[in-house]
Write a protein that binds this ligand. Structure first.
Ligand code: PEP
Ligand code: MG
Length: 883
């Protein structure tokens, strides 16, 4: 078996395609060497050795030693130095390198091969004893820390003591003799800590480091990181051993890191930092302030320290050539490490660079325009969830911020405004042109107008599918929910977090993308839905097969969703319309009616209002499908809560307060989510659904007559558990249709379907499909009823569940594919076994989550429906699922 792969001198055993075997770093070093780029020669011990090592009681394969020796001999030949030789020593670096980069694992040992003898050889050859002794003490420090487990602070302390004795402040004030003294002190320290001398034999050092790399695969930090990032244990890590090059050999030496394009803006300009006379870790450690790579960046930053372009123009030109070569070759923006030794450039690493959403978008579109990648690749290059960053205002990353508390990132975007604790007050202040942040313990449907008026919403309670979160996402308002450390006292007009008070009228800023809440105003940046965005979305639309609709119930949201590319409405929640303005009075009258006649009288008042809502929505959607859900929530949600409200309501509808309170308490339910709601309302009060169906049909006919558009309303019955429920309600809808068509002398086509949001409905989908033209999976309720956890209360323990890895993710955010997803699959299959052409969609919050969208594509749904601001995310995710 080949366990060791060599690279260097324009050739390599491996290539970039061998990441699984060689790890990311090793594969790319091999690739760069083959491309003829200047790569210090080296060897990669494969990930299979790691697997072998653990499978065989921490023993190496028998052939490994010979293969490593042969590869070392090749390095020696290439460099013209000998590993462990006193006069002309070869020094190497030893680095770990898994398939994906893994912070938390043992990273690097530099200058390996130095000992009491070879350090003299290095001093003589480099004609620089200070450099040699500094390298030796660095090596002892690093090796002791990383391989032998002697904490580096021991050594820092020795340096401090030495500097004090000598009466100097800076490391640069120490000369060759100082470092020599310290190197010996370091060795003694390690021996004191371990009870064994510091290893002097180069080969013993090498195997010590190799074994430490393999051992680091199983340290706690690495295990945790793997778990968090779904990296399988079987992958193992590779080990890279590479000839040292030195960026700290004087003023013609340097070291740096760079990106081939700007990773935060995506501008096609080199971006990076370098340090003259420094070793790699100095750049990262932040001991010295690195200088700019390019003159342009230096001037833009009004910096006076010369850029590399200015101080080393020749080498910079070589580097720029390498950047261009690497980008053309990898067809992606690269993140690079390099070293300059005595004016010669060496490449130490390349990999595809991490970038912001904005940069990802710009780079993908520009590379496609330049023919470097095709449209499909461009579509795959942008992470759908990251689009969120682009669709909402964001905090200016350079603006200072005073963090007050944190909650859940419930609805993305950033906003500043005056603190308001009451929805009516929020509306009044907004009408005055003031920006407000509505702060509530939690929100209810009665707060809709306040949420609408506010620039952002903050709640102390509630999870990612709490009322506040769902409604805020729908409206595109930034929202931080469930800020658990916050105590809100709306009556007193104050909120407190760990003793710090914020009063009504103070200014705060919330960032719904991170969950941060800040005191004072933090500058925000407006989104730019520029040409790049539109172009990429156009490509996404070309390749996706899943349709994307929106959940919207106001003309405003509907219009926003259309702008974001929604192809219809997948869920119009009619109850939200019931809270608008004066309507709530008629709604309450309907609920409080003692008999059918009273209820019908109230419903008659609601009919024209509902009809005009539907007309407006049908008009905005211009013939695109619109799914309207009949009334769903338990009736008590419409009842007043506050004492003073009871009096107002009683007088408005002409009954006394006591009777009102009695009725309200009649409506009380212990478990309203499983109570008198959904189609159960339609079964017990059929006149409510009849009124809604009538409003829909009358609106459809009116719009057809006015605009000539085709309108095919889709009427959706919520929370169905049995075929009978749906069949009975469908009969009512059909009868209403018939009656309206007869009155108007005109017909429209329409569909009647149901939500699948109870396990029984999914299981009995074959029967239910008999009465349905379509299914829409209501995965919010389906998650709640399948797992048996409350949407509104789960915030208190779900976090802990995710932390303990009981759930990989919040199942209200990303669909629980194994459980809830299984029911979706069953529902889809059984439904279509009855009706092969049954239209299937999803309208739970999951419809805007990329992983859930991919799942929906794979299950064969026809569409997903999500809040307006997530429509672009779903479009991109659907395209990626199809590619
Ligand atoms: C659902 O349950 O998934 C759904 C979309 O309905 P609601 O969120 O209104 O209960
Ligand atoms: Mg539901």
């Amino acid at each position: 078996t080949k366990w060791v792969y060599s690279f260097g001198d324009g050739a390599a055993d491996g290539s970039a395609s061998m990441k699984n075997l060689l790890g990311g770093k090793g594969a790319n070093l091999a690739e760069m060497a083959s491309l003829g780029l200047p790569v210090p020669p080296g060897l990669t011990i494969t990930t299979e050795v790691c697997t072998y090592y653990y499978a065989n009681g921490r023993e190496y394969p028998a052939e490994l030693n010979d293969q490593v020796e042969a590869a070392i001999a090749a390095i020696e030949k290439s460099v013209g130095a000998v590993f462990g030789d006193a006069d002309n020593p070869l020094l190497v670096s030893v680095r770990s390198g898994a398939r994906v980069s893994m912070p938390g694992m043992m990273d690097t040992v530099l200058n390996l091969g130095l000992n009491d003898e070879t350090v003299e050889g290095l001093a003589a050859n480099s004609e620089n004893p200070r450099f040699a002794w500094d390298s030796y003490r660095r090596f002892i420090q690093m090796y002791s820390d990383v391989v032998l487990g002697v904490d580096h602070y021991h050594f820092e302390e020795l340096i401090e003591i030495h500097k004090e004795e000598k009466g100097v402040d800076l490391d640069t004030d120490l000369d060759a003799d100082d470092w020599k003294t310290l190197a010996h002190a370091f060795k003694a320290k390690t021996e004191e800590e371990l009870g064994e001398p510091f290893p002097q034999d180069a080969r013993e050092q090498l195997w010590g480091a190799i074994t430490a790399v393999f051992g680091s695969w199983h340290i706690e930090r690495a295990k945790v990181y793997r778990k968090l990032n779904n990296i399988p244990e079987e992958w193992g890590t590779a080990v890279n051993v590479q000839a040292m090059v030195f960026g700290n050999m004087g003023d013609t030496s340097a070291t740096g890191v760079a990106f081939t394009r700007d990773p935060s803006t995506g501008e096609n300009e080199y971006y990076g930092e370098y340090l003259i006379n420094a070793q790699g870790e100095d750049v990262v450690a932040g001991i010295r302030t690195p200088q700019y790579l390019t003159k342009r960046a230096r001037i833009a930053a009004e910096n006076t320290a010369p850029s590399m372009e200015e101080s080393m123009p020749e080498v910079f030109k070589q580097l720029a050539d390498v950047f261009d070569k690497l980008e053309k070759h990898y067809r992606d923006m690269q993140d690079i490490e390099f070293t300059v030794q005595h004016g010669k450039l060496w490449m130490l690493q390349t990999r595809s660079g991490k970038r912001t959403a904005k940069a990802a978008l710009k780079i993908a579109v520009e590379m496609a325009a330049d023919g470097l990648i095709d449209e499909k690749t461009a579509v795959l290059r942008v992470e759908p969830a990251a689009l969120d960053q682009l669709l909402h205002p964001t905090l200016d990353p350079d603006a200072p911020r005073d963090i007050y508390t944190r909650g859940l990132p419930a609805s993305p975007g950033a906003a500043s405004g005056f603190v308001v604790f009451d929805s009516d007050e929020a509306e009044i202040m907004a009408k005055d042109g003031k920006s407000v942040i509505l702060c509530r313990v939690e929100t209810s449907p009665e707060d809709i107008h306040g949420m609408h008026a506010a620039k952002g919403i903050l709640t102390a309670r509630g999870g990612m599918t709490s009322h506040a979160a769902v409604v805020a996402r729908g409206m595109g308002r930034p929202c931080v929910s469930g800020a658990g450390q916050l105590r809100i006292d709306g009556k007193e007009g104050v909120m407190t977090c760990m003793g710090r008070e914020v009063k009504e009228g103070d200014i705060i800023t919330i960032d719904g993308s991170t969950g941060e809440v800040m005191v004072g105003e933090v500058k925000t940046l407006q989104p730019e839905l520029s040409g790049d965005f539109a172009k990429l979305m156009g490509w996404a639309d070309k390749y996706r097969t899943l349709k994307v609709r929106t959940n919207a119930d106001t003309p405003n949201d509907t219009a926003t969703a259309r702008e974001f590319g929604a192809e219809g409405i997948g869920l119009c929640r009619t109850e939200h319309m019931f809270f608008e303005g004066e309507r709530i009075i008629a709604v309450r009258q309907m609920i409080l009616a003692e008999d059918l006649a009273g209820r019908k009288a109230a419903l008659a008042k609601l009919l024209p209002m509902q009809r005009s809502d539907f007309e407006e929505i049908f008009k905005i959607m211009h013939g695109l499908p619109v799914t309207i859900r009949l009334l769903d929530p338990p009736l008590h949600e419409f009842m007043p809560r506050e004492e003073d409200e009871f009096a107002d309501v009683a007088s408005a509808i002409g009954i006394d307060v006591a009777a009102l309170k009695r009725r309200a308490s009649d409506l009380h339910e212990f478990n309203p989510m499983l109570g008198h709601r959904g189609c159960r309302l339609g079964i017990t009060y059929p006149e409510i659904y009849e009124m809604q169906a009538r409003a829909i049909f009358e609106a459809a006919i009116a719009v057809v007559e006015e605009t000539g558009d085709t309108v095919v309303p889709e009427i959706m019955i919520p929370l169905v558990a049995t075929e009978k429920e749906l069949a009975m309600l469908r009969e009512r809808v059909d009868a209403t249709a018939k009656a309206v068509f007869k009155e108007k002398g005109k017909k429209v086509d329409y569909l009647v379907g149901t939500m699948i949001e109870l396990p029984r409905a999914a299981l009995r989908a074959a029967d239910i499909a008999k009465a349905a033209d379509f299914f829409s999976f209501g995965t919010n309720d389906l998650t709640q009823t399948t797992i048996g956890i409350s949407r509104d209360d789960a915030g208190r323990f779900l976090d802990e569940y995710v932390k303990k890895d009981i759930f990989a993710q919040d199942p209200f955010v990303s669909i629980d594919q194994e459980g809830v997803g299984e029911l979706v699959k069953i529902g889809a299959e059984r439904g279509r076994s009855t009706k092969a052409d049954l239209k299937l969609g999803i309208c739970g919050e999951h419809g805007g989550d990329p992983a859930s969208v991919e799942f929906c594509h794979n299950v064969g749904l026809d569409y997903v429906s999500c809040s307006p601001f997530r429509v672009p995310i779903a479009r991109l995710a659907a395209a990626q699922a199809a590619l």
